[in-house]
Design a protein around this ligand. Structure first.
Ligand SMILES: *[C@@H]1O[C@H](CO)[C@@H](O)[C@H](O)[C@H]1NC(C)=O
Ligand SMILES: *[C@@H]1O[C@H](CO)[C@@H](O)[C@H](O)[C@H]1NC(C)=O
Ligand SMILES: *[C@@H]1O[C@H](CO)[C@@H](O)[C@H](O)[C@H]1NC(C)=O
Ligand SMILES: *[C@@H]1O[C@H](CO)[C@@H](O)[C@H](O)[C@H]1NC(C)=O
Length: 567
């Protein structure tokens, strides 16, 4: 009888689970809705880029603040930027979750092959059509969905997308000193003190032009680069202190990453430099338009009928130069299909740069190389209320940062090339039970109704299960072990805390909490071997559970778990 009750109520609860419009799904890669929102309580998000911060820059420098951030949050071994590994294209991937051939910001340089006009990085920022090429940056998506967004110096900030700009913004002046630490702090005070605190923005992207500048000038192995990394580290400390001083620590997620790494240029007179004008048979008169002298990649538009000749001339002409027809670019680089890409693409091996007539660039450090090269990989750190603590995760591609950010902000992403599944392991599995402003009242009313019914059902289930459990446990220890082990996924570290903390569920559920409780736990966070241990509960812990019931996780398992009670 009891059993029947239990089964019935369990089914009722499951029905409610299905009825509750939990918006989370299991998106596949390339799913247009990768990373649908689900977080009930939205925290603020600060995305920071330190341009050119290579993944291993903290290895030969003392970085106490970055280290502390790692302990308080999540650190990736490294991340893989999109190819071409340069500033504007890679930053726009962070903002859109799209590979460069899909978002269209293919280079730092804007160019017109008809007029021969070229614009350097700074001036491209004001060419709306260059940025607004079919992909919406996250600011616009957030604003369209009722959030407030801001951006300081981040590439793409100045442009208008489908008639809309990021509402709060600052673009650096024309000749800006990107490495001035005093300026950095003024900007941080503004972003945290004014934008997040006073204006109550939900999302801000914040850009620093270092250690890229120093890496180019002195090379990644220089003492100057180590010094600027110390400055970055102090700045990370300053950012977190400032957030704390404004009472934002518990409401602000911070992601820190970069667009690419840096490598030493081999140019000391002993290497055979790539200079196109010196290649036998190569003639600039065959070329209608060229994009050369910008580091390790070049692009050529040969004159009518000359493509094959130029291609055959350049192919194999230098052991460290690779020449592709645009359509034959390696698929893994995702740098092939956009109409802005010129018909011939030239790629140099790491350490080499592609010169046109003669060398005109004398950087000691360079980037733009194949994103498989370890020297091109940036760092990734995240900290805040939605992130796990002291977790190191494996590498992943930076296209996946966008769906993660949309998830954290609770907004529906645009079509993108990333997947939330890649980064989900970084997130705290339990939804924040705090309140947040409700943007979808109808939905909430529905959820509310479902919630009340669900709560009653669930209370009954628990009580019933408890009696059943009590009986069973008297009958057999094995059954007890099986029951609990089957139904509990308990995060090891938090086992004692969840058992000893006041049972969250004895308080009546709010409109926001029950949908969470009714969401199948697999959708909240699939247990992963390193963070979740399906625990067999000991007799003592069992008694403790019986007395104190119930961690939300246990509760969810009982309510809707995939390993639902078989009867
Ligand atoms: C390049 O310039 C030509 C001539 O002014 C113009 O017709 C064309 O639209 C421009 N292309 C781009 C991509 O701006
Ligand atoms: C992107 O830009 C290219 C050329 O610059 C243009 O042909 C294409 O229509 C643009 N696509 C969108 C969606 O704006
Ligand atoms: C750095 O920025 C501050 C504030 O804008 C300015 O007063 C100072 O002169 C700058 N320092 C240098 C070395 O340019
Ligand atoms: C030139 O650079 C290469 C690669 O960094 C290095 O192995 C070599 O020792 C350098 N030669 C001189 C003369 O500095």
């Amino acid at each position: 009888m009891l059993l029947l009750n239990l089964v019935f109520l369990f089914q009722l609860a499951q029905t409610l689970c299905l009825a509750a419009p939990h918006r989370d799904t299991f998106p596949g890669v390339n799913s247009p809705h990768s990373g649908s929102p689900s977080r009930s309580s939205r925290n603020k998000l600060l995305l920071i880029s330190f341009d050119g911060f290579r993944w291993d820059y903290d290895r030969d420098v003392d970085t106490p603040h970055l280290d502390r951030m790692g302990q308080d949050g999540v650190k990736a071994a490294y991340v893989t930027p999109p190819y071409l590994t340069i500033t504007s294209p890679s930053h726009f991937t962070l903002l859109t979750g799209r590979y460069i051939e899909n978002h269209g910001v293919i280079h730092n340089i804007w160019f017109n092959t008809t007029t021969q006009e070229k614009k350097q990085y700074y001036m491209t920022q004001f060419v709306d059509s260059y940025w607004d090429n079919g992909s919406l940056p996250i600011w616009i998506t957030a604003q369209r969905q009722g959030l407030k967004a801001g951006s300081l110096h981040f590439p793409g900030t100045a442009a208008t997308y489908k008639g809309e700009r990021v509402k709060v913004s600052e673009v650096e002046p024309r000749f800006y000193e990107y490495n001035n630490e005093t300026d950095w702090r003024i900007n941080i005070d503004m972003v945290i003190g004014q934008w997040f605190s006073d204006k109550d923005l939900d999302f801000v992207s914040l850009y620093f032009g270092e250690p890229d500048g120093t890496g180019h000038k002195y090379g990644p192995d220089s003492p100057e680069r180590r010094e600027i990394v110390r400055q970055v580290d102090r700045t990370v400390g300053y950012i977190r202190d400032t957030a704390r001083n404004h009472g934002l620590s518990e409401r602000l997620n911070i992601i820190i990453t970069a667009d690419h790494g840096m490598t030493t240029v081999l140019r000391n007179g002993t290497v055979d430099e790539i200079i196109l004008s010196k290649i036998p048979g190569f003639d600039f008169r065959d070329i209608k338009f060229q994009l050369l002298d910008y580091g390790p990649t070049g692009m050529l538009l040969p004159r009518e009928g000359m493509l094959e000749k130029v291609y055959q001339t350049l192919r194999g002409s230098h052991p460290h130069l690779h020449v592709y027809k645009k359509e034959n670019m390696p698929g893994r680089l995702h740098y092939s299909s956009h109409p802005r890409l010129l018909p011939l693409i030239l790629i140099a091996d790491q350490g080499y740069v592609i010169n046109g007539l003669f060398p005109v660039q004398f950087h000691n450090g360079e980037h733009g190389y194949d994103n498989q090269e370890m020297d091109m990989k940036p760092f990734f750190r995240a900290v805040g209320p939605d992130f796990k603590k002291n977790l190191v995760v494996g590498p992943f591609e930076t296209v996946h940062v966008y769906p993660l950010m949309c998830h954290l902000l609770g907004i529906t992403p645009e079509v993108n090339d990333g997947s939330l599944e890649v980064t989900r392991q970084m997130l705290e599995p339990i939804e924040d039970l705090g309140s947040s402003d409700d943007r979808d009242i109808k939905k909430d009313v529905f959820i509310g109704l479902a919630s009340v019914a669900g709560f009653l059902a669930v209370v009954f289930v628990v009580t019933t299960a408890y009696s059943l459990f009590k009986r069973n446990s008297r009958r057999s220890d094995v059954t007890k072990e099986e029951l609990t082990a089957e139904k509990c996924y308990i995060k090891d570290k938090e086992l004692s805390r969840s058992l000893l903390s006041p049972p969250a569920l004895l308080a009546p559920p709010t409109l926001r909490t029950l949908p969470i409780l009714l969401t199948p736990p697999t959708l909240l966070a699939p247990p992963t071997p390193d963070t979740y241990i399906p625990k067999k509960i000991s007799g003592r812990q069992c008694r403790s559970i019986k007395k104190q019931i119930l961690s939300p996780e246990w509760f969810i398992s009982l309510c809707c778990g995939p390993q639902a009670h078989k009867d």
